[in-house]
Design a protein around this ligand. Sequence first.
Ligand code: NAP
Length: 295
Amino acid sequence: MTAALIDGKAVALELRSRVAQSAADFRGRTGRSPGLAVVLVGEHPPSAAYVRMKIKATLEAGMESFEHRVPAETSQDDLIALVDQLNADPAVDGILVQLPLPKHVDESAILLRVDPAKDVDGFNPVNAGRLATGMEALVPCTPLGCLLLLQQQIGDLSGLDAIVLGRSNIVGKPMAQLLIGANCTVTVAHSRTRNLPEAVRRADIIVAAVGRPEMVRGDWIKPGATVIDVGQERVPQPDGSLKLLGDVAFDEALEVAGAITPVPGGVGPMTIACLLRNTVVAASRRAGLPDPESL
Ligand code: NAP
């Protein structure tokens, strides 16, 4: 068997064009564009690159972008003051504080401070709790992107056995909540899970988010399963270059799985598309408008 490739790039492009249409509709109804504020603390190069991509995508969707770059030494109090200023700014619908933050800043204190209505990353515990209890929430972008890819590939997920590898607050846990919400039977595995290959072999859906390159081998995968590979680690190659690898041994999985996301070009592009989607949704809710139907 050769698995079908799940083209995250194409799905993300299509979502981004629907987001742009919804942003234009919002502008037509309110006289202003949805606005996303991005806070970058320090010069961490991968974070700076992510922020550049997010700003570019925001502008391409016809939305307002507010960029706040502050030095790595910025105090926690000053960062909280910046978040408060963005919380109070009516032109700002979404606030994204790029992680990781410098060591002297308590990340959870900053995430708690972001107004839940503007929390387009879905990291505030209020949104995590709303998601867990089945209420309307802003949902973390990466797991939301994974769910959209699964639904696009499979359709109705009801009754399927899903395993999520990883239990982080930003990927694993919200992914499990989304799959429960989609009526899957969900196992959440982590570093203490016993006999992981056997647990993975039972699953119709595998979402791997561990950050261990090629940990999931072909013989862990049930024939025909759908595999979503969230992992993206830069691994040094013999020639000195760096190669982006997922958590799944792709060539092996290709022989067994029914469908699989490539790395790169799978989950990654969906994360940014979902950030834009969340910004338009947050803007609509803040303006008292219904969520855009196409999103
Ligand atoms: P994280 O916070 O480091 O969490 C990793 C999780 O994997 C933990 O729950 C850990 O278990 C579990 N784990 C580690 N080693 C394991 C093993 N040998 N067997 C089973 N479970 C194991 O990572 P994260 O932030 O969730 O990110 C995971 C991966 O996704 C990374 O490669 C990251 O770069 C990638 N990512 C990609 C995107 C994207 O847009 N494509 C977005 C976010 C993250 P314990 O809890 O027991 O320690």
